[in-house]
Structure formats: structure tokens, C-alpha cells
Design a binder for this molecule. Structure first.
Ligand code: C2O
Ligand code: CU
Ligand code: CU
Length: 573
């Protein structure tokens, strides 16, 4: 019996091995997010599972689904009402990235949605036609909640864009591409790290898609935690950039590479006419990036180690299929006529600094690895600027940091005036809400703050690398009506400063407020189990955490005088 079946069994095993091998090489069809349109939007955020790899369930979170969320269509001029249900087991926020709206509707760190509750912001859409997005923004939880998959695209339509002969059949010749990368552990679960080993396009690993043999529009979002993608096609073809973060460019800009940073969007037109039956790859040509651009570093090990660093890799395998009924076959020469802001109209120039934390004393930063704005960490109770309503302002971002950072501001779309003294490239000479600040360079942009004065509710500006943002590379401002403004009192901060974070050996704990003193310090794991109870701890030498297993932990401190308990998250690697 054994002898008789031995050969066929062996053959079956061989065939199985071959088919598993073939499967590992094969593509998955690009997932196209569902759409919602109208003026009332129901969004339910919850934890769930997704099958991302054969036979495995990955814990994810999604909006109205298993990962990511629906693409929302807004019409400029409409008032949109959002019903955001937080069915997670923790608080979150939902930020409408790029939208000009009242600060209290913005979904930044201040608009917290506790678990099990519903948040209902609404606003009049005044943004230009372009591609925007929504994502969690809870301070210190942004990286983790975006990693789980929470977010979605927003497509705004307006009269100018609608009048142009552009591809706009969603999922057919107008294709959304959300670029990100993820790290999977051996159980095929997401790991919260800045750089993943696996490219995911619209949440799809090794994505492929059929596009018609005509002019196709891709709406591309860099939704990564940290990585920039140097976009290009495997045949080195040129493509036309038609839209930046906040609106159409005056005219298409033809390039064969475009470097897209975290938070940025770009809409491109690609001509596949006469190429039906052929295949191409949309790739990230990241081997050409320097180590000072996110994704250009070549770290093999450690918290930043990943397989995709400083490499070229596929983002979408494209199969050109038959033309559609009424294909777009020409790229319009003119798109719009942007009236950009004029530097001579500026009321003020604000100089912001970006730097590395070494040597910073206010508050004391104990590790060498944080990046900071204006020499301080984010403090949710402190408004750095009061912007008078109606001001036109130049923001001059001077970086001494050894690394480049994508800088994002809420409330406004801006025009870049200069990057290291030079005019911005044509593809960035329109409306933007994220601008990359190359290492040790200065970038100037101009914006107008024309409405929504509110002394109580600030807007954010920050690095759009979620890791840096969570670590405190963020600040806030209020828009004030000079006719009624009163200075907001600066409240006492309860902020705990943890360094390094992620940490592996020793964790240094200090406090933003010099009057704060730890009466009791507790470290709990993600399940709430107490790992350490330290009465009146001596914190100068740090806390030994070398024996903790990797994961998320919380430091809970009871203040000596007030007996108030504050806590802060850190990651053990
Ligand atoms: Cu897309 Cu303040 O963020
Ligand atoms: Cu934003
Ligand atoms: Cu940064």
C-alpha cells in the first residue's frame, strides 16, 4: 500500500510546491474602494479582519468595510454632513485633509471621538476640484490607526474641472491609487513601524489592473507612514501631471518621474493609446533617492530596517485592455487659470524652524532622534501663532534637520514661493497643502487665512510622517478676528516626554512642566496589565525595559501635587 502510493504522493507534493510557488509570483486584482456621494455621509470606523495573504486573517480597521474606506464625492458649493461612528475600542479622530473648513469640524487631535460615539461635523465645500483624503489624527495614535488601515479618498468636482475633456469614469479610466507599505509579522499581522517590507496599492499586495488603451487618469495619494515614492513607468514613458494637492495646474506638466511625499496627492494622465495587449509596471524608482529622503535610506536592521529602502519596486502591474466606448484621446493643453497669491501682498512673514532634537532644552529632550518645529515638541495646550483673520502670510520654513520632512498645514491651500531660493517645479506651482522641506533647506509658501476665525479651536501644522508627528513634530495656530480677539490663556501642560520612542533598552521619562513630579509611575502593556509600579521613581538614569517583549506600552504618571494621572504610549522594539 505504502509503496503503491508513494510515487503519486511525491508527485502531488511536487505539484503543490510548484503551484504555491506560482501563486507567490502572481498578481492580485487592484481593489477599487466603493464610492459614496450626495451631501450626507455615514462612516462607521471599526476593527475587523482582512484576508490580505492566502489563508490568513490580518487584524485591520476600516471605514464601512475591512480596510481603508469609501471614496467620497463632493461638489464644490455643497454643504456636506458627516456622521462618523467610532466603533473602535479606543478613541480616534477623522481629519479632512486639505479642506478649508472651521477648525472645530477639522478632525484634528482636538476633535476626539470617544469609542462608541458619533461625531457629526458639517461644512460648505469651497475647495477646488482635486483629490483629497481623510484619516485619523489622534495625537500619538495617528501612526497606529493609519497602519490598521483607517482612511479614505475624497474627490471634489467643480465647474472648471467638469468642463474639461478629462477621464472621469471612476475605476475605469479614472483610477484611484493609494500608495502605502506595510510590515507583516510571522503571524501575518501588521506591525506598527515607519517602513514596511510590502508595497500595498489600495490595500492590495502585488496589485494588477486592466486599463483601457486610451488616456487614463490616476489619482495618486501617498498614504504611507513615512516613505516617499519616486513614481515612474517601467518603459520610462512620460506622463502628464494635471493636478496637485489642492487643484488643477494651469497646464499639464510632462515628466517621467515624480517624487510624491507622505500626505501629497497628484493626478496624472497616461496615454495607453494603441497599446492594448501590452503590460507595463508603475514603479517606485527609490534606488535613485538619497538617504536624506524618506525611503532612500538603506537600513537593513533596527526599527527602520525594511526590504524596500533605496530600491526600485513595483506598485501596480498594468495590463492594457480594449478601449472604452467614448475614450479620451487627447490631453488638454490648458486646464485652468490659477490666480496665485502675490508675495508683495503678504502682511507678515513667519519664520518656523525644523531641527533635530539634539541639545534642545525647552522642554528637555533626552534622546537624539526626535525632529521638532520651533525648538519644541507639540503641546496640545499651546498655540504658537494667532493669525489675524484676513491675513495673507508667508511661512518660511527653515530646516537645519539632517533629514527631509513633508510639511503640512491645516485650514488653507498655499502656493510655494521658493524651495532653497528657487521657484518651485512646474508640477508644484499650483495649490498645495504639503510641501517637502529638503534637509537643511528653506521653503517659503504663501497662504491667505480668510475666514473661520475661532480663538478656541486651533489648526495644526506638522510633519506628515506619522511617526514624527506622533513624536511631537507638530504645532498649532488659531485664526482670530482682530475686532473681537482675546488672548487665549496658556494652560499648564501635563505632557510626559518619553525618549527614545520606539525604545529597546532604557526609557527616559521627563515632563513638559518643570513643576510636575512623579508620585507614582506605572507601565502597563496594551492589555492594561501592569508591568512596572514605581513609587517616587528616580528617573534620571532611565527605566530598564530591555526585558519587555516588543509591543505597545503605556507610562502612567501620578503627579505629586495634583494627584492627577496622565499617561503616554511608547513602543518597545
Ligand atoms: Cu493629513 Cu494634519 O494631516
Ligand atoms: Cu490635514
Ligand atoms: Cu518629519
Amino acid at each position: 500500500m505504502f509503496r503503491k502510493t508513494a510515487f503519486p504522493t511525491l508527485l502531488a507534493i511536487c505539484l503543490m510546491a510548484i503551484s504555491i510557488h506560482l501563486k507567490a509570483q502572481s498578481y492580485n486584482t487592484l481593489w477599487i474602494p466603493d464610492t459614496l456621494s450626495g451631501t450626507n455621509f455615514n462612516l462607521t470606523i471599526k476593527d475587523t479582519f482582512s484576508q490580505l495573504t492566502p489563508g490568513n486573517q490580518t487584524i485591520t480597521a476600516g471605514i464601512n468595510g475591512k480596510i481603508w474606506g469609501p471614496t467620497l464625492f463632493f461638489n464644490k458649493g455643497d454643504t456636506v454632513h458627516m456622521n462618523v461612528h467610532n466603533k473602535l475600542n479606543e478613541a480616534t479622530t477623522l481629519h479632512w485633509h486639505g479642506f478649508h473648513l472651521p477648525a472645530v469640524m477639522d478632525g484634528g487631535p482636538h476633535q476626539m471621538i470617544p469609542a462608541g460615539t458619533t461625531w457629526q461635523p458639517y461644512w460648505k465645500v469651497t475647495n477646488n476640484a482635486a483629490t483629497y483624503w481623510y484619516h485619523p489624527h489622534l495625537h500619538e495614535m495617528t501612526e497606529e490607526q493609519i497602519t490598521k488601515g483607517i482612511g479614505g479618498l475624497i474627490i471634489v468636482r467643480d465647474a472648471v474641472e467638469s468642463a474639461l475633456p478629462l477621464p472621469r469614469t471612476y475605476g475605469v479610466d479614472d483610477i484611484p491609487l493609494v500608495l502605502t507599505d506595510r510590515d507583516f509579522n510571522t503571524q501575518k499581522q501588521f506591525v506598527v513601524v515607519p517602513y514596511g517590507d510590502s508595497m500595498m496599492t489600495n490595500g492590495t499586495l502585488r496589485a494588477e489592473y486592466g486599463v483601457p488603451g486610451q488616456i487614463v487618469r490616476f489619482r495618486i495619494l501617498n498614504g504611507a507612514i513615512e516613505r516617499s515614492y519616486n513614481i515612474g513607468f517601467s518603459d520610462n514613458r512620460n506622463f502628464s501631471i494635471i493636478c496637485s494637492d489642492g487643484g488643477l495646474l494651469n497646464a499639464p506638466v510632462s515628466v517621467n518621474r515624480y517624487l510624491l511625499h507622505a500626505g501629497e496627492r497628484v493626478e496624472i494622465l497616461v496615454d495607453f493609446s494603441g497599446q492594448t495587449g501590452q503590460s507595463f509596471d508603475l514603479k517606485a524608482y527609490n534606488s535613485t533617492l538619497t538617504g536624506f529622503i524618506p525611503g532612500g535610506e538603506n537600513f537593513v536592521n533596527g526599527p527602520f530596517g525594511n526590504y524596500l529602502g533605496h530600491k526600485d519596486f513595483n506598485m501596480l502591474h498594468i495590463n492594457v485592455v480594449a478601449k472604452t466606448q467614448n475614450p479620451i484621446t487627447a490631453i488638454p493643453a490648458v486646464l485652468t487659470n490659477n490666480i496665485l497669491l502675490n508675495a508683495t501682498d503678504a502682511d507678515i512673514t513667519r519664520v518656523l524652524t525644523i531641527s533635530d532634537s539634539t541639545g534642545v532644552t525647552n522642554p528637555p529632550i533626552l534622546g537624539p532622534n526626535a525632529f521638532i518645529i520651533n525648538h519644541k515638541l507639540f503641546n496640545i495646550d499651546y498655540n504658537q501663532y494667532q493669525v489675524p483673520l484676513g491675513n495673507t502670510e508667508i511661512w518660511e520654513i527653515r530646516s537645519t534637520s539632517g533629514f527631509g520632512h513633508p510639511f503640512h498645514i491645516h485650514d488653507v491651500e498655499f502656493n510655494i514661493l521658493s524651495i532653497n531660493g528657487a521657484a518651485p517645479p512646474a508640477a508644484q506651482a499650483g495649490w498645495k497643502d504639503v510641501v517637502f522641506i529638503p534637509r537643511q533647506q528653506t521653503v517659503k509658501f504663501i497662504a491667505k487665512f480668510e475666514d473661520y476665525a475661532d480663538v478656541l479651536h486651533p489648526f495644526m501644522y506638522h510633519c506628515h510622517i506619522s511617526l514624527h508627528e506622533d513624536e511631537g513634530m507638530m504645532g498649532q495656530f488659531v485664526v482670530t478676528d482682530p475686532s473681537s480677539a482675546t488672548l487665549e490663556p496658556i494652560k499648564r501642560s501635563n505632557d510626559i516626554i518619553l525618549f527614545p520612542n520606539p525604545a529597546s533598552e532604557r526609557l527616559f521619562v521627563s515632563f513638559a512642566d518643570p513643576n510636575m513630579e512623579a508620585y507614582y509611575l506605572r507601565i502597563t502593556n496594551a492589555l492594561g496589565k501592569t508591568m512596572y509600579m514605581l513609587p517616587r521613581p528616580q528617573l534620571a538614569g532611565g527605566i530598564d525595559i530591555s526585558h519587555f517583549s516588543p509591543g505597545t506600552y503605556f507610562v502612567q504618571v501620578t503627579d505629586e501635587k495634583t494627584k492627577k494621572v496622565v499617561s503616554k504610549k511608547f513602543t518597545k522594539v
